[in-house]
Design a protein around this ligand. Structure first.
Ligand code: ATP
Ligand code: PRP
Length: 212
């Protein structure tokens, strides 16, 4: 049995066409089913549905053989115990530092001010600001980061941006780019050894179909 870990929502939606092109279809719609293990029409392949941030953990410990996770999530996880053979080129966005439109970020950094930064990406943000020599106090949030500077919780945020609509709607602007983000196929190294015959064609199909 091959187990593929996916997150509901964007990751599932953008991976589904790749799966379909590789001849894999879940037998139930994950958006409406409450099941967390979904069979596919291939008897040797099942999907498990986990939170986006938990995909690397399931693959690292071998509870899933494969998974699809954003580079943002992998950077935060650290990637230990994971083989990352492919950029699938899906769920593309950018990780950025953003501040309220009226906030002079450059001046604050120049003065050596200690900035309060709210983010879901504590590890990545810590590394980014340390490399730039910017002093920060990091505040962990689990979502809706854009709200934090509007209500005085933080001076800046580290978050994902795609169209820029969310930033614009909340009168925030990008001041630094941290990294381009897209989703990767991740593989458990032991699975790759033990199930190579079953996994190799699947990884090859993803490689042909991914747009990375
Ligand atoms: P959860 O619902 O568990 O909190 P989440 O909100 O991070 O997870 P999604 O919003 O589905 O889950 O995001 C999954 C992945 O898709 C992210 O890790 C990132 O790589 C990518 N992503 C997030 N937002 C965007 C976006 N606006 N445009 C493109 N890709 C995005
Ligand atoms: C993501 C991200 C931003 C938004 C950016 O949130 O956290 O808030 O998308 O996209 P935009 O630049 O196109 O507006 P998402 O829509 O996934 O909401 P959630 O993380 O709160 O579920």
């Amino acid at each position: 049995m091959i187990t593929l870990a996916l997150a509901k929502g964007r990751i599932f939606e953008e991976t589904a066409p790749l799966l379909a092109a590789a001849g894999i279809r879940p037998v139930e719609d994950p958006e409406s089913s409450r099941k967390l293990i979904l069979a596919t029409q291939r008897p040797d392949l099942r999907l498990i549905l986990v939170r986006a941030a938990d995909v690397p953990t399931y693959v690292q410990y071998g509870a899933a053989d494969l998974g699809v996770a954003g580079r943002d999530i992998l950077a935060e996880h650290g990637g230990q115990g994971l083989y990352q053979p492919l950029d699938l080129g899906i769920a593309r966005c950018r990780m950025v530092v953003a501040v309220p439109e009226g906030f002079d970020y450059a001046a604050a950094v120049k003065q050596g001010a200690r900035l309060r930064v709210a983010t879901k990406y504590i590890g990545t943000a810590r590394e980014h600001f340390a490399a730039k020599g910017v002093h920060v106090d990091l505040i962990k949030l689990y979502g809706s980061m854009e709200l934090a500077p509007l209500v005085g919780l933080a001076d800046a945020i580290v978050d994902l941006v795609d169209t820029g609509n969310t930033l614009k709607a909340n009168r925030l602007r990008v001041v630094e780019e941290i990294m381009p983000v897209s989703s990767r196929l991740i593989v458990n190294p032991a699975s790759l050894k033990l199930k190579r015959e079953a996994l190799a064609p699947l990884i090859e199909a993803f490689a042909r179909l991914g747009r990375g």
